[in-house]
Write a protein that binds this ligand. Structure first.
Ligand code: CUA
Length: 353
């Protein structure tokens, strides 16, 4: 009997050790583009500066409390059947001490926490701030740069990839077209919920160029894990060039096969600014400068002809989701395009720079 108990407790120790090791090993990824512990942007850095001291204070409290508990359990354990400890009731000095100490500690932590909350929430002001209206969709992101307009008065629109210049604040006004999402670029900023019928705000900035990955951080059904995003930070002159390019109209396809399919199907949901027949519809991503992006479909796929072809052949086949036309459908259905149509559309879309 005693032997089997010992074996059982040995096995419990072994399993808990293995599970702890598995969790620890999961944190050892060498390529971790979404590592919040290596912040780059000022907001992420400020949050990290708060997190680290609070974490070590929590570690100290944990070690002291659990260590004391284990020590007391061992020191005052019952050693024999007639070994009852001294019976006492209350200790005023101790009780005052363990009430005041944690209260003082929490009050001390509250000061930097409250300062950080207000700093992070403060709206950036000045003519240098870039304003972007963000809309979450199942499962992609729409950006409208309200500061930049075409001569016809249409705002600059793009999808999934937020292009920004170094050194300027970007202020996102966010809402959702369907369910609750959450916008999170771990190296630049904290996460913020994106909620239907409500506007939430998030600011971010990076002083160095680079590509920063992020993703939806609120479960939003089938392709939640495929609702990714990129923030592409460029030098100011490159950004200005990007803006100028995005504001130009797109050319219509020269191939009549592509034009016919755009008119018959695509323009019902997508906009390609400047192409006759495009109505400005934004049920799906704006495709005006589709080929200038590095990824598509919620940044799930790299922008390659093969990936675009696979997508056009069967969208729900390569990205799980309910197609429009079915109850609750939100994503592009399979239109059973012919190979000639797929080839024509791929050739056109990849060159929409
Ligand atoms: Cu959108 Cu999860």
């Amino acid at each position: 009997m005693r032997g089997s108990n010992a074996r059982r407790s040995r096995r419990a120790v072994l399993w808990s050790g293995l599970v702890t090791l598995a969790f620890a090993a999961a944190a050892c990824a060498t390529n971790a583009p979404q590592d919040a512990l290596k912040p780059v942007g000022p907001v992420a850095k400020q949050e990290d500066n708060l997190f680290r001291p609070v974490f070590w204070i929590a570690v100290a409290v944990f070690v002291l409390v659990e260590g004391g508990l284990i020590y007391l359990c061992a020191r005052f354990r019952r050693r024999s059947d007639n070994d009852a400890p001294k019976q006492i009731h209350g200790n005023k000095r101790l009780e005052i001490l363990w009430t005041i100490l944690p209260a003082a500690l929490l009050a001390g932590i509250a000061i930097p926490v409250v300062i950080t909350i207000f700093d992070v929430a403060a709206k950036p002001v000045g003519s240098n701030v870039i304003h972007v209206k963000l809309t979450g969709h199942q499962w992609w992101w729409q950006y409208e740069y309200t500061d930049f307009k075409t001569p016809q008065g249409t705002t600059l629109k793009t999808a999934n990839e937020l292009v920004i210049p170094t050194g300027r604040w970007v202020y996102l006004s966010m809402t959702s077209a369907d369910v609750i999402h959450s916008y999170w670029v771990p190296k630049l900023s904290g996460k913020q919920d994106v909620i239907p019928n409500r506007t939430t705000y998030l600011k971010l900035r990076s002083d160095v160029p680079g590509v920063f990955r992020g993703q939806c951080a609120e479960f939003c059904a089938l392709s939640h894990a495929n609702m990714r995003l990129r923030v592409i930070v460029e030098a100011p002159s490159d950004f200005d060039r990007w803006v100028a390019g995005q504001l130009l109209p797109a050319a219509a396809p020269s191939d009549p096969i592509a034009m016919a399919r755009l008119t018959a199907t695509c323009f019902a949901c997508h906009n390609i600014g400047g192409v006759p027949g495009s109505q400005g519809a934004l049920i799906g991503p704006d495709l005006t400068h589709f080929g200038s992006r590095t990824s598509f479909a919620g940044s799930m796929f790299e922008m390659t002809p093969e990936n675009i072809a696979a997508w056009l052949r069967d969208p729900p086949g390569v990205k799980p989701g309910v197609p429009i036309g079915e109850p609750g459908g939100t994503m592009m259905p399979n239109y059973h395009l012919s190979q000639a149509e797929i080839d024509a559309l791929v050739a056109y879309l990849i060159n929409l720079k």
